[in-house]
Design a binder for this molecule. Structure first.
Ligand code: PLP
Length: 468
């Protein structure tokens, strides 16, 4: 962490200390507020430039998580702010409810061109959870329209995160994120994920066999439930929650074949993985499969304005081209003109700076730099793809023994998150599965930032080990 001249940004317009106003009025997301009430300060980030962010005391950090897997082109891009201003001046708002506007049309055309196969139809939302919600609703209605009305259930994977609306939450596979809100939308079934490090013994050392085994669990679930009741399978190209599980070799080929055989739609939830995070604009291209729908959000604007989308194949749209048939679904701010214009400008940067090529060229260096950490006794596994990595922490590398809940609580929440931040690295220490540290920096990063991440992690993880 580097300190620059302290910013004069600690007071609200009313003259309250911002930390006090945050404690008294702001409800943060997925956050424990007890710490604030016991006098802890919440970090207040006031500025960003490239891969760096600054807090209200002028301290500088490396943004190792691109905000929240969002800021692909880096912070502080004036041209994206200008694109937003231009659009707001011209037409700040108009809905897509039976009317439209040029920014949404242009962006839909562009996304359809990037998307594989015949995924040509773009339904805009304001974020990822709404895109997932939209995909499930479309799957249900599509099957009704084509004469298979009982197909309504969805399959997703253990520990996967797919958002917080009640439908998307039913697809999410993290029990602790759901239990307070049960009962959720019925029909959300779970199968094992692709965590090779924790795979069953008989397939742990053989990626192909593991891929086959994991994909076959999807077919098993379809058969257990009855193919006539299953509408769709929701999978991330690389599963985020649990710590970046890439697909084993052959996994998506097999999943695609299973879906085709049983008339089940394959949804590629690319809310994190799209827009260069893995390498390509859409990560299904990185793994060579064509889904029936893609859900995406985050990196589409690099976070300069919110937007999400569900992109559907021609086949799924076809029944909606007839008579009075309507998809009775929408959001006031879906496809907001300012966000759509910013997305266009953001994608211009991707193309002008060849960002996807940059990620593809530098991903091996990112991996090998992080793999240097495998010499530490606490680092069990380094896994991921592109600019999206998880480092799993263990008590014993040989047995792969993980931490008890109270140890994980002390390690991740009590020490690691804060220590990494204080050492100048904003990233994520997560225990929704086994304890992991996650890294997903802006796509403009290169070896200098990789080295900095490794150095900070080395110091803090060494200290963490000495505290166990
Ligand atoms: N799907 C996936 C795979 C995600 O990672 C997320 C959020 O991180 C979501 C859906 C929900 O997106 P949002 O927070 O924009 O609603």
């Amino acid at each position: 962490m580097t300190t620059t001249a302290a910013a004069d940004e600690t007071l609200t317009p009313k003259g309250t200390r911002r930390v006090d106003a945050a404690r008294d009025h702001l409800w943060m997301h997925f956050a424990r507020h007890s710490g604030l009430h016991q006098g802890q300060d919440v970090p207040i980030i006031v500025r960003g430039e490239g891969a760096r962010i600054w807090d209200d005391a002028g301290r500088r950090y490396l943004d190792g998580l691109a905000g929240l897997f969002v800021v692909q082109v880096g912070h502080g891009r004036r041209e994206l702010a200008e694109a937003a201003a231009r659009q707001a001046e011209q037409l700040a708002y108009f809905p897509l409810w039976s009317y439209t506007h040029p920014a949404a049309i242009d962006l839909a055309e562009r996304l359809a061109a990037y998307a594989p196969g015949d995924l040509n139809r773009v339904f805009f939302t304001t974020g990822g959870g709404e895109a997932v919600e939209t995909a499930w609703k479309l799957a249900k209605q599509y099957w009704k329209l084509v004469g298979k009305p009982a197909k309504h259930k969805v399959i997703s994977r253990a520990v996967a995160y797919h958002g917080t609306p009640q439908g998307a939450l039913a697809i999410t596979g993290i029990p602790s994120a759901k239990e307070a809100f049960e009962p959720l939308v019925p029909g959300g079934l779970k199968v094992p994920n692709t965590n090779q490090y924790r795979a069953p013994d008989h397939v742990r050392e053989d990626g192909k066999a593991f891929g086959r085994w994991a994909a076959d669990r999807i077919e098993e679930a379809i058969l257990f439930e009855g193919p006539d009741t299953v509408a769709a399978v929701f999978l991330e190209p690389v599963q985020n929650s649990g710590g970046c599980f890439p697909p084993p070799p052959g996994y998506f080929d097999r999943v695609r074949a299973i879906c085709d055989e049983h008339d089940v739609l394959l949804v590629s939830d690319e809310v994190i993985c799209a827009f260069g995070r893995i390498g390509s604009i859409f990560a299904c291209d990185d793994f060579g499969y064509v889904p029936d729908m893609i859900t995406c959000a985050k990196g589409m604007t690099s976070g300069y304005s919110p937007i999400g989308a569900m992109i559907a194949s021609d086949r799924l749209f076809e029944p909606f081209t007839k008579g009075t048939t309507t998809f009775a679904h929408g959001f006031t701010f879906g496809g907001h003109p300012v966000s759509a214009a910013v997305a266009m400008a953001n994608l211009d940067i991707f193309e002008r700076e060849s960002l996807t090529d940059h990620v593809k060229a530098n991903a091996p260096a990112f991996r090998s730099t992080l793999e240097r950490l495998l010499d530490l006794p606490i680092v069990g596994d380094v896994r991921g793809a592109g600019y999206f990595y998880g480092i799993e922490l263990v008590k014993d590398k040989v047995t792969r023994e993980t931490f008890y809940a109270d140890e994980s609580e002390r390690l991740l929440r009590g020490f690691l998150s804060k220590a990494l931040f204080e050492a100048g690295l904003y990233c994520r220490a997560d225990d929704r599965g086994d304890p992991v540290v996650q890294l997903a920096p802006p796509l403009i990063c290169g070896q200098a930032e990789f080295d900095e991440m490794e150095e900070i992690l080395r110091g803090v993880l060494t200290e963490a080990w000495s505290r166990i």
